[in-house]
Design a binder for this molecule. Structure first.
Ligand code: 4YB
Length: 471
């Protein structure tokens, strides 16, 4: 087992596994474009030279606003190589929101997949194409403690926070997970989640940690590409879609890491039936992705705490710490630690509610999602858990709507395996009346709009805004 890298991870693998394929742009068995570790190392140097030539210096911040692509991967690695910091932003956000976030970040440089968008956003635009003849050595050494990435995370309220990680926490995250899940140097992990989210970045660090293969494809090919790889990280909706697709019939997919939201047992059971080993994880940006995990089974828990993570419950709330914990939040060009200044106060309060049952962690929901209906506390996730156990329900979010008599009452917004007609709604009403107390029973069942299922995580705030516009 590798204690720590003494050099750039790609350089290490260029020595250890020089001609093994490191990056593939599709199905390697069908002659997809690929790079071995020597070529990857050379390419990172080339892109890093271009960044240097355009003035990018160590500790500066480069914002990348783009969907996943091989360019974004080169950029991420080259930014790290020159000692600068990468921050990815969701290109689907309205330009007003992007402008505001970048203003808070104070990014020095900007790279956008859309030229039109680039014009509206702050930061000196960089190009990946320019020709450099320079072969000067870039005088930055591999240092695990250097901050490398900022990742925006939006809690359920307020402006997004920029979470800073150094390479060490990313690698500790990878190392701890891979002590549980098998991912050998001959395996390939699909870049199946965005590089502006921690779940996407974590794929890159597992690949670098193991010296394995990463597969990068156009967004349109994501579904199909799951056939070509051995590993993928998926949010539950992505796995559901894959299982519903023609590609599920014939695939090489061995292991899937799930997370980001409640993972229905029915989903992992269905996946296991077509030969996909599922891992149920609970994670967050501040902890560099997965914190607890287990091989999926018949219980809806999220397993046990992985190495290099610490987790305790205080009054039912989950507090976390460990080597994977971020350096802090980035504001005014400064990193602010998110734990106390005292050495004995190393814990970060997640606002997630949890319970231990037989040494396994169960997520009860977020403390700030709780609302009061007719004087009773309602935890929306409790209702969601019950609805998810109905065979027709694929995905569900329960939100409060204002009510004259009760203050607020629950509404269920869902995707279903069959049309959400009056027949199904009657069934759900009957089912829920048999399983939860009256004050927890949704007063309406509404179909979740397609647009919400496309993102990594459904924003309850945005969904509530949409719900307010519905009759
Ligand atoms: C959950 C939850 C769960 C998170 N049940 N609520 O590499 C991975 O670990 C990975 C693989 C596949 C898909 C996603 C991932 C992630 O990283 C997810 C990390 C994430 O979602 N981070 S976040 O900062 O955007 O949100 C964190 C919050 O998400 C938590 O505080 C929880 O509230 C919620 N969450 N896993 C129920 N299994």
């Amino acid at each position: 087992i590798k204690a720590a890298f003494q050099m750039w991870p790609w350089q290490y693998w260029a020595e250890q596994r020089p001609t093994e394929v490191a990056i593939a742009l599709g199905d390697v068995n069908a002659d997809a474009v690929s790079w071995n570790w020597i070529e990857v190392t050379a390419n990172i140097e080339k892109y890093a030279q271009r960044l240097v030539a355009q003035g990018v210096k160590r500790d500066q911040l480069v914002a990348v606003v783009a969907p996943n692509s091989i360019d974004v991967l080169w950029l991420l690695l080259a930014i790290i190589r020159v000692g600068a910091r990468y921050v990815g932003l969701n290109p689907k956000l309205p330009s007003k929101a992007l402008t505001e976030q970048l203003a808070l970040l104070g990014n020095d440089y900007l790279w956008c997949s859309s030229a039109e968008l680039a014009e509206q956003l702050p930061g000196k635009e960089i190009s990946l194409m320019m020709d450099t003849t320079s072969n000067r050595l870039i005088p930055v050494m591999w240092q695990e403690h250097r901050p490398v990435t900022l990742t925006l995370t939006s809690g359920s309220t307020g402006a997004p926070k920029a979470v800073v990680h150094h390479a060490q926490s990313h690698l500790a995250s990878a190392s701890g997970l891979l002590k549980q899940m098998t991912f050998t140097a001959d395996d390939s992990w699909l870049l199946s989640l965005p590089l502006f989210h921690i779940s996407g970045l974590a794929i890159v660090w597992r690949w670098l940690y193991r010296g394995a293969r990463i597969v990068v494809v156009e967004p349109e090919l994501q579904q199909q590409a799951l056939q070509w790889v051995s590993h993928a990280s998926l949010v539950p909706t992505q796995l559901q879609r894959f299982l519903d697709s023609e590609y599920a019939q014939q695939h090489q997919l061995q292991q899937v890491l799930l997370g980001g939201a409640t993972i229905p047992v029915s989903l992992t059971t269905a996946a296991e039936q077509v030969g996909i080993e599922c891992w149920s994880g609970y994670g967050m940006t501040e902890m560099a992705s997965t914190i607890t995990a287990k091989r999926a089974n018949s219980s809806p828990g999220v397993g046990t705490v992985l190495p290099y993570r610490k987790l305790i419950l205080r009054d039912g709330e989950i507090w976390v710490s460990g080597k994977v914990l971020c350096l802090g939040y980035y504001r005014n060009r400064t990193i602010f630690s998110l734990v106390g200044c005292n050495d004995d106060d190393e814990w970060f309060a997640t606002k997630d509610l949890g319970e231990w049952h037989d040494d396994e962690l169960f997520i009860r929901g977020r403390a700030d999602n709780m609302f009061i209906s007719g004087g009773e506390n309602v935890q929306p996730e409790d209702i969601e858990q019950v609805l998810l156990q109905h065979p027709a329900v694929n995905q569900v979010i329960v939100l409060p709507v204002a009510d004259h008599d009760f203050g607020a009452r629950p509404v269920a917004i869902l995707t279903t395996a069959q049309p959400l007609d009056n027949y199904l709604i009657d069934q759900l009403v009957t089912y829920i009346s048999q399983n939860v107390a009256p004050y927890k029973r949704p007063i309406r069942y509404v179909e979740l709009p397609e647009s919400f299922t496309q993102s990594v995580k459904i924003s309850r705030t945005e969904l509530a805004q949409w719900l307010a516009t519905q009759a």
